[in-house]
Design a protein around this ligand. Structure first.
Ligand code: MN
Length: 320
């Protein structure tokens, strides 16, 4: 997906130097972001958030639906990140400048590694009566990996962990010995977890990771705190388990990772490190430079980049 805000603010994230003791648990409320365009779609964005900018290398969380809105995101570029696409209901078609053409359905995972540059497009397809409900995540690539060649992976089958009160699909990383084959470039975890009604689950987690829980379709109680639907509960690090409770049953997403040791500069669809790099990527997209290539099989007009902010972009730390 693309950040289609007309005047995106620059966002800077990361920086382990600013982190010592684990931050207090924090409820991150979503902001509604209209993605613009003729068939506008509205998402609930919880990351980056003014209080917390990254969770591990997760640097962007958009949650949309369930509703009948359509996704129509024409060709647009990315650098320095991975996009991780997850559907709860609906059907989305992905195309990119590598020639990938892939439909994604609920329970399947698309991971696109932009590296030094890629262009892609995404459209909802299939039965319009089926509500569209999903999550678009971005992972910041570390300095060591961000200039790599772009790549795309589709995972039709992912490991499932089931125990008293819950079923988890492991999207990235590992849970209770079940390891996803999705490629990541820093210690990272994500899973969709379904809690049964009247459940109380102790989910094992890594002490070195920071975590957050996104309530996808109902409220959930996380370590004793109520997390309203659509909100992201940030949990810090240093925990060996997370307690999840639900009366009615709920679907949620757990995101985690080692706190990022690098400062990032996020602008529009780019994750970089300094202003000049972002300006160069924007200019290359606008001029049709071969850095991004053409999205094979998509004749729709490319998304133009918004104007650069008038002030110079600067990276900042993960926490304000
Ligand atoms: Mn995108």
């Amino acid at each position: 997906m693309s950040n289609l805000e007309r005047r995106p603010e620059e966002r800077t994230c990361g920086g382990k130097s600013t982190q010592s003791a684990s931050p207090l648990p924090t409820l991150l409320e979503p902001r509604e972001v209209p993605l613009g365009g003729p068939r506008a779609m509205t998402v609930r964005r919880t990351l980056p958030h003014k209080q917390i900018r990254t969770i591990g290398a997760w640097c962007f969380v958009d949650h949309y639906g369930p509703n009948r809105q359509t996704m129509a995101v024409p060709p647009h570029p990315h650098i320095g990140l991975q996009t991780v696409s997850w559907l709860i209901s609906g059907d989305v078609e992905h195309r990119d400048s590598l020639g990938s053409h892939q439909r994604i359905r609920p329970g399947e995972l698309n991971v696109m590694t932009a590296g030094r540059g890629i262009a892609h497009s995404e459209y909802s397809v299939g039965d319009e009566q089926v509500p569209l409900h999903g999550v678009q995540l971005w992972v910041a690539l570390t300095d060591e990996h961000r200039d790599q060649a772009p790549s795309f992976e589709h995972h039709a089958s992912l490991p499932v962990v089931s125990d008293h009160g819950f079923t988890a699909i492991v999207m990235t990383g590992e849970l209770a010995g079940a390891v996803s084959s999705a490629t990541t470039f820093s210690p990272l975890f994500s899973a969709e977890v379904r809690l049964d009604s009247s459940s109380r689950v102790q989910l094992p987690v890594e002490r070195d990771f920071e975590y957050a829980v996104l309530a996808l379709d109902a409220p959930v109680t996380v370590n004793g705190s109520t997390v309203p639907h659509g909100n992201l509960q940030y949990l810090g690090w240093g925990n060996s388990q997370v307690e999840l409770r639900s009366e009615a049953g709920v679907r949620l997403m757990v995101l985690g990772g080692e706190p990022l040791a690098e400062e990032l500069l996020m602008w529009w669809n780019f994750v970089g490190r300094d202003h000049e790099e972002i300006v160069a990527a924007r200019d290359q997209w606008q001029s049709g430079d071969s850095r991004f290539g053409d999205v094979h099989g998509d004749d729709n007009a490319r998304l133009p980049a918004p104007p650069m902010p008038t002030t110079k972009l600067k990276p900042r730390a993960s926490r304000p």
